[in-house]
Design a protein around this ligand. Structure first.
Ligand code: HAM
Length: 437
């Protein structure tokens, strides 16, 4: 006999199973509720796009584009099978680029006011898997696009993010903010930084040495212990930013205070994607080890233009759902989520039609109900109800069918009541309102 291959999920991917999936749904629904209260609306984007869209926006030299994308040539649509292999496409490593593409493609700049969009779904990066780092991971992101770059927009986006985190009980967090300048002041700063870094090149590791030439700002991001002392002495962007950037950042901080959002400044927060200008921010959470960033974001004025659209300002963020949920789980601060309400223990074939009918009514009333498809012994039935975590067992035997009064047993304390169909529905509905809020 040949041995059967045991299939396993591909490295860096995983299944989100019940009961975790219930927690995920609750988390995503809470994001929808909070974001929609700020007048954001959902955009559903494709999972893959042209590779060059990501190269152009995220940046060809970034780790994400140069090392981590899942890219492949699409099969040619040409009828000639020997024709070229077709365009290179990539699984999306993030969704800001796709949002910009959609904004341009659908002429959203013509819409009134700011365009406020949110999205959620899987992203793909070929990183080394570890706790909180996956190759298929999930983000919930939000983007604001329009003509204004008012610091109030940055502040509102950050306020919304922190409101959401507190709504889902992710409270042991730190918000870091920074301003990395714009096209008027950053190029000079980058040159200055490069010149300073060249002086200390020998003391830096291979990655940082390479970045001196490709992207010196990223050296500031280094976590290598031996480099920390050197980095601490490098010139800071805040000492070299233009008046407009400085004013924008000062106003952002005022706006955050006005909204009661606490933050810490971190001049080394430069982010790993090329499209940022001015405001950058990140939120870190406890209980995650080294992969502790649960959200990253910032302003990206000019990105729409870079992709061939009209002059547009933009800001947004993306939450790492896997990490945020992991942090909530580690904190033990879990919400009470709905489970199985009623297990219908029917006894004897004559009780079955009544059980089916009543089950349908309970489900219509919004309750979660389990109805066994085969007759079970009474004891076995209650045992299973218990194991499934049902809150009640509804007992329907020949007596109940004859009298029209059903036995409802609360499994936590074995408290039992005899109720008519009307009383039963009434009781379970009001009880559910009480426990589920
Ligand atoms: P990002 O910092 O690359 O930004 O990703 C945002 C968040 O996604 C991270 O803080 C982290 O929580 C999560 N994340 C990233 N990679 C992984 C991974 N391999 N496994 C698990 N979680 C991960 C962006 O993607 C930008 N598009 C954010 C943005 C939107 N900026 C402006 N608008």
């Amino acid at each position: 006999m040949t041995e059967q291959k045991q299939f396993r999920a591909i490295k860096g991917t995983r299944d989100i199973q019940p009961p975790d999936s219930t927690l995920w749904n609750w988390f995503e629904q809470s994001a929808r509720d909070v974001f929609e209260s700020y007048n954001f609306r959902e955009i559903r984007l494709p999972i893959f796009e042209e590779t060059s869209l990501f190269a152009r926006s995220v940046g060809g030299e970034t780790d994400i584009v140069s090392k981590e994308m899942y890219s492949f040539p699409d099969r040619s649509t040409s009828s000639d099978a020997t024709a070229d292999a077709g365009d290179l496409i990539s699984l999306r490593p993030e969704a800001t680029a796709s949002t910009m593409r959609a904004y341009i493609e659908h002429g959203m700049h013509a819409l009134p006011g700011n365009v406020k969009l949110y999205y959620m779904g899987p992203m793909f990066r070929r990183e080394r898997p570890q706790k909180g780092r996956y190759r298929q991971f999930y983000q919930i992101g939000a983007e604001v696009l329009g003509q204004s770059d008012a610091p109030a927009i940055d502040a509102e986006v950050i306020e919304m993010l922190m409101t959401f985190f507190s709504r889902v009980g992710l409270i042991r967090t730190t918000l870091y903010i920074n301003s990395i300048g714009d096209k008027n002041c950053r190029p000079q700063y980058v040159e200055l930084l490069r010149a300073e870094l060249r002086k200390v090149k020998d003391q830096l590791g291979a990655d940082s040495q390479r970045r001196i030439e490709t992207n010196p700002l990223r050296v500031l991001d280094s976590k290598i212990p031996q480099e920390q002392e050197i980095i601490a002495k490098l010139p800071k962007i805040s000492e070299h930013s233009c008046d407009a950037c400085r004013e924008h950042f000062a106003k952002l901080k005022e706006e955050l205070k006005l909204r009661g959002v606490s933050y810490q400044e971190n001049w080394r927060l430069v982010r790993g994607l090329d499209y940022y200008t001015r405001t950058t921010f990140e939120v870190i959470a406890e209980g995650l080890g080294s992969q502790n960033a649960v959200c990253g974001g910032g302003r990206y004025d000019g990105l729409v233009e870079l992709l061939g659209g009209p002059p547009t300002k933009g800001i947004g963020f993306a939450i790492g759902t896997d990490r945020a949920i992991l942090s909530i789980q580690e904190s033990g601060n879990l919400p009470k989520l709905p489970g199985l309400d009623v297990f219908v223990a029917w006894l004897g074939l004559e009780a079955y039609p009544t059980a089916v009918g009543l089950t349908k009514k309970l489900r219509e009333a919004g309750l979660s109900v389990e109805l066994p498809g085969e007759e079970m012994k009474f004891k076995k039935s209650l045992n299973l109800a218990d194991k499934l975590g049902a809150r009640y067992a509804l007992i329907i035997g020949s007596d109940e069918v004859a009298t029209g009064r059903f036995t409802l047993k609360r499994l936590a304390d074995a408290d039992q009541k005899k109720l008519s169909e009307y009383e039963l529905l009434e009781y379970l509905e009001s009880e559910r309102r009480g426990t589920r809020g």
